[in-house]
Every structure is written in structure tokens, then in C-alpha cells.
Write a protein that binds this ligand. Structure first.
Ligand SMILES: C[S@@+](CC[C@H](N)C(=O)[O-])C[C@H]1O[C@@H](n2cnc3c(N)ncnc32)[C@H](O)[C@@H]1O
Length: 228
């Protein structure tokens, strides 16, 4: 059945691509991200994860699969408007993607085996990265994220459903973002998650009481706190 099971097909940008193609990809992604308000779940739920939000004033945050670092830039600017200091470390397996954010605190490496000690960061955030991984690797990535987080993790990814698929098909066509971007965007939905699947992976990764939920029909969120 269409979208019944996760696709295992690799996306075009899962392989290394020339820098100019990669920057065009991130420009197109930024347009779609803005339309879908991709930072909003983090602004809404990080304070909730951190007990509304006594502990928000000063945070170290690790962003996994950070790409060009746009999530971290937006979050730290937003936090500073609340008079909070959020220090972001961007980790990505693609050095070329990190180079699009030369001013950031960047670490090139895989989210599957990170060069950090346990509890190195207050919070670990992940946006639209987990669907790039097959189930067994996604389990390792969740285990690693949980290991290096001191207070909790918040993950946002694509939910695998027909409405989101159709919306992206239409939007990418209208915005003329290019056939390669459109193919990857649609494939991302096919590689996305359903709530029971991510719940099961979190349990298998040893994350107790992870809350997994569908968010506005498009996103799937995983929230887990070490403080409870
Ligand atoms: C779709 S982009 C998402 C970028 C950004 N987080 C966002 O939400 O706009 C996925 C990113 O995950 C990175 N990525 C994929 N597999 C990874 C891995 N195993 N470890 C670290 N980063 C990975 C890719 O290089 C890419 O930059």
C-alpha cells in the first residue's frame, strides 16, 4: 500500500553533491521550512520540556543533522529576545552543509557515534534528520542522542501521510524548487514516521517515557525528559 511502510530508497542528497547544488538545496529547504514554521515546535515544546521554563535562561543545545544551521540561528535569536542565552552546537555528517554556516559552532561527524561524553549538552534537538536513517540506525541515533543529553531531547520529523505528500507535491511544483529537491521532499515523506514506529524505536533505544505525537498533521514529535 502507498505510504504503508517506510521507503528504504536513498535520497539524492544522501550522497555527497557539489557545493553549488547543496546550497541550492538548502535555499529551497529554507523556503519550505518557513512555510511549515519548522522552528515553532522547538519554541513551543523546549520550554515545556524544561518545566516552563525555569531552566531556559542558559542552555547548551546540540542540533543533530543541523545542515546549514538555520534552526540553531533562529532558536538562539528567539531565545535572546526572551533574555535567555542558548548556545548551539551544530553537528552534521556533511562538512559542505556546515560550511554554509561559517560563523556557527560546527562539528562534522555522524549522529550515530558522537565525539561527546555522556550528558555533554543540556538539550539535544533534531529536525528532519532521523528519516534519513534506516530503522536500525535510527535506533542507534536515538540512543546516542539520549546519551549526550543532560536534560532531554526534542525531535521533529516528517509524518508519513498522504495529505503531507500531496501538499509538498503541490508546493514544490508551484515554487519551482527544481525536480531534484521535489523528488527528495516527496521521498522524505515516504521515509517519514508514524507514531507507533517512533515510539517503538524510542523504547528499544532505552528512552523511558518518550512522548511521541503527531503535530498539525505534518510533523511527528518525540519529547523525552531526563528530569521526570
Ligand atoms: C533534510 S536536512 C535537515 C537540515 C535541518 N536540520 C533542517 O531541519 O532544515 C538533513 C541533514 O541531516 C544530515 N544527516 C544525515 N544523516 C546524518 C548522520 N548520520 N549524522 C549527522 N547528520 C546527518 C544531512 O547531511 C543533512 O544536512
Amino acid at each position: 500500500m502507498f505510504l504503508g511502510a517506510r521507503s528504504t530508497q536513498a535520497e539524492y542528497f544522501d550522497a555527497e553533491r557539489p557545493p553549488e547544488e547543496l546550497s541550492a538545496f538548502f535555499r529551497a529547504l529554507a523556503r519550505v521550512n518557513r512555510l511549515f514554521a519548522f522552528t515553532e515546535p522547538f519554541q513551543r515544546f523546549l520550554p515545556q520540556l524544561l518545566d516552563n521554563c525555569g531552566g531556559c535562561r542558559s542552555l547548551s543545545i546540540l542540533d543533530l543533522g543541523a545542515g546549514d544551521g538555520s534552526l540553531g540561528r533562529t532558536l538562539s535569536a528567539w531565545a535572546s529576545r526572551q533574555h535567555w542565552e542558548w548556545r548551539i552546537t551544530n553537528l552534521d555528517v556533511s562538512l559542505a552543509a556546515l560550511r554554509l554556516n561559517p560563523a556557527g559552532q560546527n562539528v562534522a561527524g555522524s549522529a550515530l557515534a558522537m565525539p561527546f561524553r555522556e550528558s555533554s549538552f543540556d538539550v539535544v534537538v533534531v529536525s528532519q534528520m532521523t528519516h534519513h536513517l534506516a530503522d536500525d540506525l535510527a535506533r542507534e541515533h536515538l540512543r546516542e542522542a539520549w546519551r549526550v543529553a543532560r536534560r532531554g531531547i526534542l525531535l521533529s520529523d516528517l509524518h508519513r501521510n498522504l495529505l503531507l505528500y500531496a501538499t509538498l507535491w503541490l508546493l514544490c511544483g508551484l515554487s519551482r524548487s527544481g525536480q531534484t529537491f521535489r523528488n527528495d521532499a516527496l521521498l522524505s515523506v515516504k521515509r517519514g514516521w508514524r507514531v507507533p514506529e517512533l515510539q517503538q524505536l524510542a523504547a528499544q533505544a532505552g528512552i523511558p517515557q518518550a512522548e511521541v505525537k503527531l503535530y498539525f498533521g505534518a510533523r511527528i514529535l518525540l519529547l523525552a525528559s531526563k528530569q521526570k
